[in-house]
Write a protein that binds this ligand. Sequence first.
Ligand code: C2E
Ligand code: MG
Ligand code: MG
Length: 485
Amino acid sequence: MFDNLGEGEDNWSDRQSVGSGKDARHFQLEKHLVTDSRNKKVGSFLTIHDLTEDVLKHQKEIYKATHDKLTGLFTKEYLFDRIHDSLTANRDKQYWVAYIDIKDFKLINDIYGKEMGDEVLREIANWMRMHSDPSWVYGRLAGDTFGICYASERPRVAMIEQHISEFTFKSGTFKQNLLMHVGIYKVSDPDLDISIMFDRAHLALTSIKNEYNSHVAIYDDKMREQMLWEQKISSQLEKAIEEKQICAYLQPIVNISGKIIGGEALVRWLHPKEGFLSPIKFIPVFEKNGMIVDVDKHIWRCACETLASWKTQPDKKDMFISVNISPKDFYFIDVFSEIQGLIKEYDIEPRRFRIEITETVVMNEVENCMAILNKFRKAGFIVEMDDFGSGYSSLNQLKDMPLDVLKIDMKFLGGSNDNSRATTILKNVIRLSDELGLSSLTEGVETESQYRMLSDMGCHLFQGYYFAKPMPIKDFEELCVKQQA
Ligand code: C2E
Ligand code: MG
Ligand code: MG
């Protein structure tokens, strides 16, 4: 049963295992010499301790400390250790670290319950065990995220697309397709902290987080620069608002006879170091982190201050300012109370403060949104649907949307090669707007011929570079004076 029981003279001890796998048993063998009073060897005896239970207990403890309880995969900490070992043991190989996230997993938990959510995670773990290459090191990072490290000359995007990016979960008759997003980081320095490698893979993932068609993104240093830039401008926002680096420009809105009847407030950031910053650059950043609320509250206040100062100016006392409301504003604050509060504070007629919402707002939370818009309209505000035609399901929503103005986006016709079809669409959108009892406003009017065509089609209001670009409030006021002359 035991090998090499040692013929030597000395005391010795040894550990030996018998059998393998679950049936293995572990023993501690010790040989003890027996001597007489003169220290002369007179014999020896062997003790055998069965350590199987202790060994199993110890193995269980190690397993518990290194494996995730729910899925049986490596825990994040152990995964990192194992990846570190692989990377440092094989420095000549090219490694990749992949961060996997289940898209909309929260919905599974919310709709079907936590138990179903847990089952999905267990199934994904089984599926990883079955489909992974034996050389991969993988584990569960947290919640619904998993990590893999693999060696390869290339990132193997096609393989990931094919095997990892989609997963069908089946339980009895229940079947659900799950989409996975994967961010990949190319390991360029094996000594870099593993958590930093996963942070970078995660950063790549966030670039496609809201997408349904792209599943895999590879990290590059530009992503890191962008993230650092986003952090920087976010940290500067409060001061920028205080110091009025961030201000509202106004772009004139004209009626059919070309007369300015109001303007749209558009945010501008005159950054002391970066110069003029386009809202297209910074608004998505603040929409992502919720700071858009601070920007918008500031612009709404600027609009109110301006409207209040116009009350005593005959040429402008009837003019309106429309402001943009981000979908995120509805999420973070009570937009109605906020704006109602400002209107009261500055004693402004609500009809002079127009609010522009986009289709995305309505898509997210239809009923709640309708109720809020109704509140605005009942209080006398004018509600405009911005960028109409550039999003989805516009026509369907129009039928019950509490709106006053449809702002038609000229840009949505820009890509069309067939001008006559584009014209037909525009004409019919304007007619539709009329029949629904809405005013039509076309934005992005750049040429006189566009203005003429739109007027012939019956469009009521116009905005675009043909009339004027967005400008500082002072310039807008001067333009109004010139128009009077
Ligand atoms: P928007 O609300 O649809 O504003 C119209 C955009 O079209 C403005 O871009 C304006 O400068 C531009 N534009 C006006 N006329 C023409 C034209 O004839 N041709 C072309 N090509 N463009 C024209 P801007 O100011 O860069 O703003 C871009 C977007 O950023 C806005 O689109 C709006 O969605 C958002 N935005 C701007 N200011 C704010 C704000 O204060 N709050 C929020 N939440 N979003 C804002
Ligand atoms: Mg707008
Ligand atoms: Mg627009």
